[in-house]
Design a protein around this ligand. Structure first.
Ligand code: FAD
Length: 517
């Protein structure tokens, strides 16, 4: 009878052994070859740094941080994990500028990609320009874009496609897409890569391109870190301009604003050389503090009253690059670009900046925010791709119907259209299936006291899109359930799964995305 009574207890105890054994798998890491264990860091301060990201919303404690000093280290660690009965997860971490734990792992190993740079002996970015081929740069996956910019500018060259902020790693942005105001013209950063070196989820180092090992190449681009770790990317370059004309055009009417944006990104009657080089847009909202530093002081009062009058103002940001050879006609080029646009008369503002100053513009904001203690705060961001055919419904329902009506100070809201033809559907990145779709980024920064309000607002926006049948796709997606991921990838879900089974069958890589783990 004693046995009968305690049988459930024994079962419970056995379950406990099994579960704790499974959970403590990372400890078997300590039995890894010494070359690997020497590179594991487990001090509490480093562990806690790797348990958060730019979002400050998700916190996952890794078992250890791995500091690779070579590509073979990366490969060896992945192979070691695969050799265990229960492999541990590995999260490559670029700059951890994700906002929802995408570069984290709970109980696994965070691969600190930045460490690699220490061992590149200055060869982390190699710029190649000879007569034999179009110029390119071979760049380590751990490198950050600001350093790529500096290295290429030294040779009078530049990547063509950017993100708004340059302190992001090459591996991190290529795992998403890498988008900005140049995307309409040159495609996302993933469309500007010739070749990659990737350590797959099996630990194999593979060089891949559209011609060789193309399945891996297309999987990894926009692949959310699921198939392999990018250790080198060959990036397309072009001649670098030296300066830019940067314009802001104000609109109080959404259809005039979006009509003009779409006109500017279309190449109707325009060849690429006289098109704009960059088109973005953003909102000024009455309920949020206005950021007016771009405008002459004498114009700020009339800008403020325009926003007060309409509650919401839409601004097109248009940039035209130039250099010594085009300096003479750049003003004429700009005049032609804005001719016939329907912005509020006299509400056009222009700045002349160096190319680098323009590309690195967000860093100036970063320095100000850091000095005010407002950089390391929660960032409940929502990034969406909205089909062009439904953008007016989105404006009515979301900008005017939700954001404007709620009494919380919205962060920066960015909106600009891009051309789907510049994206390659073979890649893992997903977009709405329309020729023109809009990037909408709601970039809130808040205190912990208001975090839930913003998260609720984001949910409300997503629900509004579902209820209204607006087929949005999330960029930098934050899906949680299997169903949400399946829906996100749509027709690509099957191939995404097949690719996972092929390149990372034990589901080791980038568990923080929450797709397979
Ligand atoms: P991490 O956050 O470190 O990693 C992102 C994902 O990629 C994780 O799943 C990680 O495991 C995986 N990963 C990291 N390195 C590798 C690698 N070498 N190989 C394979 N997988 C890897 N994005 C845009 O497209 N356009 C913008 O204009 C833009 N502006 C931004 C501005 C700010 C201020 C911030 C904070 C972010 C911005 N982003 C923008 C988002 C940014 O591109 C992504 O968050 C990107 O992932 C950041 O790169 P990271 O190095 O910080 O990546």
């Amino acid at each position: 009878s004693y046995f009968r009574l305690s049988k459930p207890l024994i079962m419970l105890w056995l379950t406990y052994i099994v579960v704790t054994h499974a959970e403590s798998q990372p400890w078997s890491l300590l039995q890894a070859p010494k070359e690997l264990t020497l590179k594991l860091i487990r001090d509490p301060v480093t562990l806690s740094l790797a348990s958060t990201d730019y979002g400050h919303i998700v916190h996952d404690n890794p078992f250890a941080i791995f500091a690779p000093s070579s590509i073979s280290d990366i490969s060896d660690l992945i192979k070691f994990s695969n050799s265990l009965p229960i492999p541990f997860t590995i999260a490559p971490r670029g700059q951890a500028h994700s906002v929802h734990g995408q570069a984290m792992t709970s109980d696994g190993v965070v691969m600190n990609m930045t460490e690699l740079n220490e061992f590149r002996n200055g060869a982390g970015i190699v710029v190649v320009s000879d007569d034999a081929s179009a110029p390119y740069a071979d760049v380590g996956g751990e490198q950050i874009w600001i350093d790529v910019l500096h290295a290429t500018l030294e040779r009078g060259l530049t990547p063509l496609s950017w993100t708004d902020y340059l302190f992001l790693s090459v591996g991190g942005t290529l795992s998403n897409a890498g988008i900005s105001g140049q995307t309409f013209r040159f495609g996302p950063q993933i469309s500007n890569v010739h070749e990659l070196d990737v350590v797959t989820g099996k630990g194999d180092l593979v060089t891949c391109s559209a011609e060789n090992n193309s399945e891996l190449f297309y999987s990894v681009l926009g692949g959310l870190g699921q198939f392999g770790i990018i250790t080198r990317a060959r990036i397309a370059l072009g001649p670098a301009p030296t300066r830019v004309k940067r314009l802001h055009l104000f609109y109080n009417d959404f259809s005039a604003f979006s009509g003009d944006q779409e006109h500017l990104i279309s190449f109707n009657g325009r060849n690429e050389t006289n098109a704009a080089d960059y088109i973005e847009g953003f909102l000024m909202l009455n309920q949020s503090p206005l950021e007016l530093s771009f405008y002459p002081e004498s114009d700020r009062p009339r800008i403020t009253s325009l926003v007060t009058q309409y509650g919401i103002i839409y601004i097109i940001e248009l940039v035209k690059y130039y250099d010594n050879s085009s300096q003479e006609h750049v003003d004429e080029d700009v005049k032609l670009l804005v001719e016939g646009l329907k912005f509020v008369p006299t509400f056009m503002f222009e700045k002349d900046e160096s190319y680098e100053e323009f590309l690195n513009r967000v860093h100036s904001d970063e320095l100000i925010l850091r000095s005010q203690g407002l950089w390391e705060v929660p960032h409940p961001w929502l990034n969406l791709f909205v089909p062009g055919s439904r953008i007016s419904d989105f404006d009515e329902g979301v900008f005017k119907g939700i954001i404007l009506k709620q009494n919380i100070k919205a962060g920066l809201a960015i909106i600009y259209p891009v051309n789907q033809t510049k994206w390659d559907d073979k890649m893992s990145a997903v977009t709405p299936d329309e020729e023109v779709f809009y990037v909408v980024s709601l970039l809130h920064a808040t205190g912990f006291d208001q975090l839930e309000e913003f998260q609720a607002q984001n949910q409300q926006i997503l629900q509004f899109c579902v209820d209204s049948g607006i087929g949005i796709k999330q960029y930098l997606p934050q899906n949680k359930t299997h169903n949400e991921w399946e829906k996100h990838f749509g027709p690509k879900w099957k191939i995404f799964n097949q690719r996972k089974a092929q390149f990372d069958p034990n589901r080791i890589l980038s568990p923080g995305q929450g797709i397979f783990n």
